[in-house]
Ligand binder design. Structure first.
Ligand code: COA
Length: 253
């Protein structure tokens, strides 16, 4: 593990921090590789229930290292490709704490997170067109779905920076907090998620992320998962806690 990525554990929450503050956490291939490895390890570790993504210093990330770009010829098989595949495939919840620059992949990776907390001064941008590139990380699919076509077109075709209020309006961000409070708020939500029954969280995330399907198929798919959960220890504990008028404790299940 390189020190370009920092790992921190608080209970069942693993924070993965991009750590290149002098370059606004711009991401090199080595950093994408380290991020992919850290997330993969957190995903495999039963002691980890929730991932948090954050940046050191004043920024989330100013996106792909622009110098590094010149040496990448193919995304498939590259470390950035591996990082995006890992991020998009995570089954545990991901909470992002965003501040300062959240540009390029700093904005597109948020489309794969489950909860996004941003502070007021955050500068978001999808600058791909301005660089002669096209959107990445399925943002051309996910952003219109999230924000509606016109808003996505404005952000992707004009490629101009936008603030946290506009990101909130577009649905890219769950809540906007004062500067310096984004990590604490992300941790509050991550710890709250970590108290939830894990399989129920995973199943719900998988349903949320599933591609569109006829409503009847979705009802049937939900029913299969729901039925399997009816005999789960988590449900037993939740019902017992209700009847005994105490908080449920899923930590040992
Ligand atoms: N790649 C490589 N280096 C970057 C970078 C990037 N994406 N973003 C910032 N940096 C570096 C700068 O080169 C500078 O390095 P230096 O101090 O050695 O000169 C340092 O980080 C600070 O950035 P600077 O541009 O001086 O800060 P600023 O506050 O004036 O502007 C930004 C901040 C984020 C608006 C500006 O850096 C920027 O537009 N970066 C590029 C964003 C981008 O297009 N990303 C690619 C997305 S695909």
């Amino acid at each position: 593990m390189t020190d370009l990525i920092l790992l921190q554990r608080e209970g069942a929450v693993q924070t993965v921090r991009m750590n290149r503050p002098d370059k606004k956490n711009a991401l090199t291939q080595a950093m994408y590789g380290a991020l992919a490895d850290a997330l993969t390890a957190g995903e495999a570790d039963d002691a980890v229930a929730v991932h948090v993504l954050a940046g050191t210093g004043d920024d989330f990330t100013a996106g792909n290292d622009l110098n590094d770009f010149l040496s990448v010829r193919s995304l498939t098989g590259s470390e950035v490709g591996r990082f995006l595949d890992v991020l998009a495939g995570l089954t545990k919840p991901v909470v992002a704490a965003v501040k300062g620059a959240a540009i390029g992949v700093g904005s597109t990776m948020l489309l794969h997170c489950d909860l996004v907390i941003a502070s007021t001064g955050t500068r978001f941008q999808f600058p791909f067109v301005n660089l002669g590139l096209v959107p990445e990380a399925a943002s051309s699919l996910l952003l219109p779905r999230l924000a509606g076509y016109q808003r996505a077109a404005e952000l992707l075709l004009l490629g101009e920076p936008f603030d946290a209020a506009k990101a909130r309006e577009a649905g890219l961000v769950n809540c906007v907090v004062p500067a310096g409070e984004e990590e604490a708020q992300a941790m509050v939500l991550a710890q709250r998620l970590a108290l939830r029954p894990r399989q129920a969280l995973r199943n719900t995330k998988a349903l949320l992320k599933a591609e569109s399907e006829p409503v009847a198929d979705r009802i049937a798919r939900e029913a299969r998962l729901f039925e399997a959960a009816l005999t789960s220890p988590e449900l037993k504990e939740a019902v017992a806690a209700f009847l005994e008028r105490r908080p449920a404790d899923f930590s040992r299940l």
